[in-house]
Design a protein around this ligand. Structure first.
Ligand SMILES: Cc1cc2nc3c(=O)[nH]c(=O)nc-3n(C[C@H](O)[C@H](O)[C@H](O)COP(=O)(O)OP(=O)(O)OC[C@H]3O[C@@H](n4cnc5c(N)ncnc54)[C@H](O)[C@@H]3O)c2cc1C
Length: 393
């Protein structure tokens, strides 16, 4: 072995989960090394989530990385629902006293990377062939290759924050894991454009031609999505075809205000629900997409990664500061309780807003009835709002 080193926590993956965990643990005085398979620029180039729950913002505050978020993020107090050609607002602030903040995942990632650099903490990008060893003993180890040289990091614990296709979950015997999954029979075609948002808040549309979402990343950058066939390819969709289809699914006021422009990113995301239980295996903890996936309808993926990290960081602080294993022993149960709430909400939002292959006239009417109930009942609007702004950690 060419290079051996030691740290307290080896973190696999420099997505939001791994970077936020690293930063919080740094604040708590716990040492970490992060191993990331891709380059820094590749990680920063991935266009993904953009809606942050208040709890996530609080955690970024605690990690000391929220200055830019507070100056550039856009606070939203409500969302709009379009169905039957009309638009209705859900006032989340009135219902819950809470709000969400629009700030792109790429920006969260950049702030966390910058803070890690400033603190002089170790992140190995383009770490190849990461492998996990001795998860059941007291001295787990992680191996990787960098520029042809093999390295070994000994540690107390490993945090598997390496997303749904990472190595961490795959390193556990399949017999030790129970998985729960649902694949939805459609995808989301998304485009990012340098155009002002069509409305001050997000618009979620239920339409006979399929779901649409008008979202944003800033006052000058918009993100739009339309439900598409699961086997559609990005090349099938010119920008003009996308804008025409979006206009068919939104209300007249939105059509009148829509500013179109060339896409600067265009991609299709499959929709999937997935949970792996438990989230701890000996000295390995899973956090974020490594343990669970939600369809993006409820804007929960990044926020769930943050809540996992909240539980895990506190549990590890308790372990080192108080010599207590109570927090780490309870991590999986606590995280999964919140995960399943978000899984339910994301599944439900997906169910009421999309056209499924078996959506017949009856189920389309039931969707409209449910949406009418949401906008007409304070109790129903509160239930949606509580979930959208995020249950407490
Ligand atoms: C295409 C797409 C669009 C999305 N859109 C939205 C959205 O609109 N709204 C929303 O709320 N959520 C969205 N999500 C979900 C959200 O982005 C994720 O929930 C969030 O990124 C989870 O963070 P994470 O750190 O757990 O995982 P990730 O962001 O996936 O980070 C995992 C990291 O681990 C690295 N890695 C993987 N394997 C290895 C390995 N073997 N060794 C070392 N490193 C490894 C990866 O390169 C990656 O950097 C989207 C997800 C995808 C894939």
């Amino acid at each position: 072995m060419s290079n051996r080193s030691r740290t307290q926590i080896a973190i696999i993956g420099a997505g939001p989960a791994g970077l936020l965990l690293g930063q919080l643990l740094h604040v708590y005085g716990i040492e970490t090394v992060i191993l990331e398979r891709k380059s820094r620029d590749y990680v920063l180039g991935r266009i993904r989530a953009g809606v942050l729950e208040q709890g996530t913002v609080g955690l970024l505050d605690e990690a000391g990385v929220a200055a830019r978020l507070h100056s550039q993020g856009i606070v939203h107090h409500g969302i709009e629902l379009v169905f039957g050609g009309a638009r209705h607002r859900i006032d989340m602030k009135e219902a819950t006293g809470k709000a969400v903040t629009i700030y792109g995942q790429t920006e969260v990632t950049r702030d966390l990377m910058d803070a890690r650099d400033k603190a002089g903490l170790t992140t190995v990008y383009e770490a190849e062939g990461v492998s996990l060893h001795d998860l059941d003993g007291d001295r787990p180890r992680v191996r990787y290759t960098e520029a042809g040289v093999t390295h070994e990091v000994a540690c107390d614990f490993i945090a598997g924050c390496d997303g749904s296709h990472g190595i961490s979950r795959q390193s556990v015997s399949p017999a030790a894991i129970t998985t729960f999954a649902r694949t939805y029979p459609f995808g989301w075609l998304g485009i990012l454009s340098e155009t002002p948002p069509v409305a001050p808040e997000l618009i979620y549309a239920n339409h006979a031609r399929g779901f649409a979402l008008c979202s944003m990343r800033s006052y000058t950058r918009s993100r739009y999505y339309i439900q598409c066939a699961a086997d559609d390819r990005v090349d099938d969709w010119t920008d003009d075809r996308f804008w025409d289809e979006l206009k068919r699914r939104i209300d007249q006021e939105a059509i009148d205000h829509l500013v179109t422009g060339p896409s600067i990113e265009k991609s299709i995301a499959p929709l999937r629900s997935f949970v792996a239980e438990p989230m701890r295996f000996g000295r390995l903890f899973l956090a974020g997409d490594a343990a669970h996936i939600v369809p993006p309808t409820g804007a929960k993926g990044l926020n769930l990664a943050a809540s996992d990290v909240h539980y895990l960081a506190r549990a590890l602080r308790e372990y080192y500061a108080e010599k207590s294993s109570a927090g780490i022993d309870d991590y999986s149960r606590r995280a999964l309780t919140r995960v399943w709430k978000a899984e339910r909400f994301s599944w439900w939002m997906t169910s009421i807003l999309h056209r499924f292959p078996d959506t017949d006239a009856f189920s389309a009417r039931i969707q409209i009835a449910e949406l009418n109930y949401l906008v007409g009942s304070r109790a129903a609007a509160t239930a949606l709002s509580e979930n959208y702004v995020g249950p407490p950690f």
